[in-house]
Design a protein around this ligand. Structure first.
Ligand SMILES: *Cc1c(COP(=O)(O)O)cnc(C)c1O
Length: 218
């Protein structure tokens, strides 16, 4: 699918469910993709990108940030606590906040720097043991903790289990967000972004559908 086609599909879905056109942001997930595919998308005017690893992103985007104006970078993958500072310096948004230690480090950095990336709390909606994320039952307390240390939270993020209907997980994420007064919903990937738009996603994260299959997974 081309970038244009994906944007058209998002718009068609927004219209179908009565959402404002343009209310879903498209994060082009460029992790592990060859540079020429990324510059191709940049040259089409797209500016919002997602990466999975801090180090990989630093290597790739250092020079691109000089060459193109207005790039917005989103960290989607797991964040190690010793990478919080470079992550906060490089990324406009972090979608993988999932534990107290990270929250406290981010809060300290926000105080020190006077600014903070947009933050999404990752929720393990499928309660999968191998997957990162706060368990659904622990979300309310985690959001409360973040608020108690003045850490601003934009919304919630999830990656549904591969073998389950994603809409159930998107609906759960939305319910958890609403219950906590959060408006951001980071959900939906190449295979299910239209269903995520239908259920209110504010950010969809689309990789292989834009760039083609990845050579190896990140
Ligand atoms: C890789 C990745 C995506 C994009 O996946 P595709 O299936 O290629 O669209 C989205 N979100 C996260 C967290 C990812 O790691």
């Amino acid at each position: 699918m081309s970038l244009t086609e994906i944007k058209q599909r998002i718009e068609a879905e927004e219209k179908r469910v009565g959402r404002a056109v343009g209310s879903t942001k498209l994060i082009a997930v460029s992790k592990v993709q060859p540079l020429d595919r990324v510059t191709h998308v940049l040259d089409q005017g797209h500016r919002m990108f997602g990466e999975n690893r801090v180090q990989e992103a630093q290597g790739r985007w250092g020079s691109l940030l000089d060459r193109y104006d207005g790039i917005e970078l989103h960290l989607l993958g797991p964040l190690q606590s010793n990478k919080v500072r470079p992550a906060a310096e490089m990324f406009d948004a972090i979608h993988s906040l999932d534990r107290e230690k990270l929250a406290r480090k981010l809060a300290d950095l926000a105080q020190e720097r006077g600014q903070c990336p947009e933050l999404f709390v990752q929720v393990n909606t499928g309660e999968e043991p191998q997957k990162a994320g706060v368990l659904p039952e622990a979300v309310d307390a985690f959001i409360e903790l973040c608020r108690s240390i003045d850490l601003p939270i934009t919304g919630l993020m999830c990656i549904p289990p591969v073998d389950e209907e994603p809409s159930l997980h998107f609906a759960l994420l939305r319910k958890l967000a609403e219950r906590n007064g959060l408006t951001g919903l980071s959900m939906g990937m190449s295979g299910d972004f239209e269903r995520a738009v239908a259920l209110g996603a504010t950010h969809v994260r689309v990789g292989s559908a834009i760039f083609g299959e990845r050579e190896k997974t990140a």
